[in-house]
Write a protein that binds this ligand. Structure first.
Ligand code: BDP
Length: 703
């Protein structure tokens, strides 16, 4: 007879919460025989259900429920307030805050017990997920003494989801928010979404696109938002909304959205009151203003601070925050686009209200496969800065390319801004340690959609997972996270873990290599951003073209951002600026980001830049071929359904890596006029062939 679990196809729906049965031996050692956990609040109920579900599935036997510890192998969960037994243990819970927890092996009532204790229900929920993770990854449950608290306060997903369920830069189906059927129908997916987020400590979600539709703030939609909030609340998540700055005009009938206008201020205050009457724990607003055509305070001659503060004042009485995005570049300013956010925001440092965070993308351009860290990190010490990472892979091959972004996130978080001497890492800027901010946060542009496997591909689930784990602790290692994820998602078998983690850790660098290494950026095709387009030129503005960014000509290639060029280097602290300004000291991974160099420029390995660039394209394609071979070798060790899809996607990736490589070489060779290095195969088609390709229905494009 087929059991429920073997009958269920491994279609990826269960994410890293598969709770695949542990082997008999392991199960016996780690078996939890009894569960003592309170069940009086929604969060407590969610916690108990998750533990019952996980423990039963992992060990094959449901633990007995009890009010006190009766036997060895008990699990005791709660807070001093919710559990007299926990209160009686007198554990030191100081410093754990509202979301931290302890997991301890203890003797309770004479019995060997595992204790998950916290100051709040949500802390106990997070601790319970941690315990389940220990079991899932085959860790022993003996002598535990774990203390965890999140380093960042706001750990939120940003959904770029429109109200018609289209997802901007989304490659995994439609929006999971089924607005039309809300609030009457609460898709069970919302609960599973919240479970997955809580399991990695994500505590908030901005439900709608930063290119916002004001309608989400109308009573009809707020009721729907409240329904979603009701589901997420039981898992410690708050909802936030992207607010369109001109909403007072569009849905409020006002003649202006000027933030200094008393009527506009009143309108937003009333709107905030209305929102909080429906959703008492509403998180706040995310705003994209005066960027890429969005309305904003500058339309009225006001500053970003004026706009943010007006909204902050409306939210403050309710405890809400404003997350004001720094992804701005002016419509007219003819300076290097990489400099614009810094130029606009640094003068405003110290002028924002206490409940405003400025949300900064990881790099100064736009989520490229590799960028140096954004110079705003460290540049605005008086303002809490939130990190914005992209989880969806707009520039890293959509959902079909295997690209684990953990190393990208890690590279940025570990980058040293040097603003307060060595060790002033980006992680320490955003976690508030460097400048003493208590309000801290990180956002990830979600890759979640209606696809059965949530993220469009099985491996893209790892990017959601890694974002959450790094949001909890930005100093975790991306490799450790990959190991954890692989064990839970595929298997604990080292014959699976080692090769899969090897693939993951090499994957992002492969994308960098086959799309354009050595600091090249913004070389994708126009609009949809699918595939190569280093030839893109013309159109509405220069800084939406590739030629603006790579500046290749017969003599050389690269964007001169040194003091002799656009001087973007001077936005970094002096020790960093010195390095980026000096072509001999700039890390080669950023060479063409900061320098325009001749094609014959000698690289550190002695090759010419041209030869090295071409060889990097080949290296990228070869890395994908290696990933395919590794994956093929895992046939039989991974369930057939997931194995087949990953294999098919890797085949797509290999073909597309080759396309990127061939098209890019064809183009750059037409500029450099140089021969390919010895032994390198010529591209398959002419440059004209690649230029003529069109993809009118590529997913995720701006609508
Ligand atoms: C770019 C996307 C665009 C977004 C914009 C943003 O191409 O769709 O609206 O960033 O972050 O990455 O506002």
């Amino acid at each position: 007879m087929m059991t429920a679990s073997t009958a269920r196809a491994e279609d990826g729906y269960d994410l890293w919460l598969r709770y695949a049965p542990l082997g008999a031996a392991t199960a016996a050692e780690t078996r939890i025989r009894e569960l003592v956990s309170p069940d009086d609040t929604p969060v407590q109920t969610a916690t108990r259900r998750e533990l019952q579900r996980g423990l039963r599935a992992l060990s094959g036997i449901a633990p007995a429920r009890a009010d006190r510890v009766n036997r060895d192998g008990a699990l005791l969960v709660g807070t001093p307030a919710s559990s007299p037994l926990i209160a009686g243990l007198d554990l030191d819970l100081e410093g754990l805050g509202e979301e931290g927890y302890r997991i301890r092996s203890a003797v309770v009532g004479g019995h060997a017990t595992t204790v998950v204790a916290a100051n709040s229900d949500v802390g106990a929920l997070y601790g319970s997920f941690h315990l389940l993770r220990l079991l899932q990854t085959g860790q022993p449950l003996e002598d535990l003494d774990i203390r965890e608290a999140p380093r960042l306060a706001l750990r939120v997903l940003n959904h770029w989801d429109d109200l018609d369920r289209y997802v901007e830069r989304g490659y995994s189906g439609q929006s999971i928010w089924d607005w039309h059927r809300l609030p009457g129908w609460l898709d069970p997916r919302y609960t599973d979404y919240a479970r997955a987020n809580a399991s990695i400590g994500i505590n908030g979600a901005v439900l709608n696109n930063v290119n916002a539709n004001a309608e989400v703030l109308t009573p009809m939609y707020l009721e729907k938002v409240a329904a979603i909030a009701g589901v997420l609340r039981s898992y410690g998540m708050k909802v936030y909304l992207s607010a369109r700055f001109s909403a007072p005009m569009e849905i409020g009938g006002l003649a202006t959205a000027d933030p200094l206008d008393a009527g506009v201020q009143r309108w937003w205050r009333a709107k905030a009151d209305e929102v909080y009457a429906l959703i008492p724990d509403f998180g706040g607003f995310l705003v994209k203003a005066n960027s890429e055509g969005q309305p904003g305070p500058q339309d009225y001659g006001r500053s970003h601070a004026d706009g943010a503060n007006m909204l902050a004042d409306a939210l403050a009485p309710h405890g809400g925050v404003v997350m004001w995005r720094a992804f701005v570049y002016s419509d007219e300013e003819p300076v290097d686009r990489a400099k614009q956010a810094y130029n606009e925001f640094v003068p405003l440092d110290g002028r924002f209200r206490d409940n405003v965070l400025v949300q900064v993308k990881n790099g100064p351009i736009d989520f490229q496969p590799r960028e140096p860290f954004h110079p705003l990190f460290g540049g605005m010490p008086k303002t809490p800065l939130m990190m914005e990472f992209q989880i969806t892979k707009e520039y890293l091959g959509f959902s079909t390319h295997l690209a684990y972004k953990g190393p990208l996130y890690e590279e940025v978080l570990d980058a040293d801004t040097h603003v307060r001497g060595p060790g002033s890492t980006v992680a320490r800027v955003i976690d508030g340690a460097l400048d003493g901010h208590a309000l801290t946060g990180i956002a990830g542009v979600a890759n979640i959609g209606s696809d059965r496997n949530w993220s469009g591909s099985h491996f893209d689930q790892a990017n959601w997972y890694a974002f959450g784990r790094l949001a909890w602790n930005p100093e975790l290692s991306s490799r450790d996270i990959a190991v954890e994820w692989t064990r839970m998602t595929f298997a604990n078998d080292p014959a699976v873990v080692e090769p899969v983690v090897g693939m993951m850790m090499a994957s992002r660098e492969a994308v960098v290599d086959y799309t354009g290494a050595l600091g090249l950026h913004h070389v994708m095709d126009r609009g949809h951003h699918y595939g190569p387009g280093p030839w893109v030129e013309g159109g509405p503005r220069a800084d939406w073209t590739s030629v603006y960014f790579h500046r290749a000509d017969a003599n050389g290639i690269g964007f001169d951002r040194t003091r002799r060029g656009s001087d973007a280097v001077s936005q970094y602290a002096p020790p960093v600026a010195e390095i980026f300004d000096d072509v001999t000291r700039t890390p080669e991974k950023f060479l063409l980001w900061f320098h325009h160099v001749p094609w014959g420029h000698t690289m550190r390995n002695g090759r010419s830049l041209w030869d090295e660039l071409v060889l990097r394209y080949d290296r990228g394609v070869n890395a994908v071929r290696d990933m395919r071979a590794t994956w093929a070798g895992l046939d039989g060790r991974i369930d057939p359904e997931r194995h087949a899809q990953v294999a098919a996607f890797l085949a797509i990736q290999q073909a597309e890596a080759q396309w990127w490589r061939d098209a890019s070489i064809a183009y750059f060779q037409s500029i450099s006029g140089l021969p390919l290095p010895a032994g390198v195969a010529p591209q398959a088609h002419t440059l004209e062939h690649y230029k003529a390709l069109e993809f009118p229905h590529a997913p995720g494009d701006t609508q």
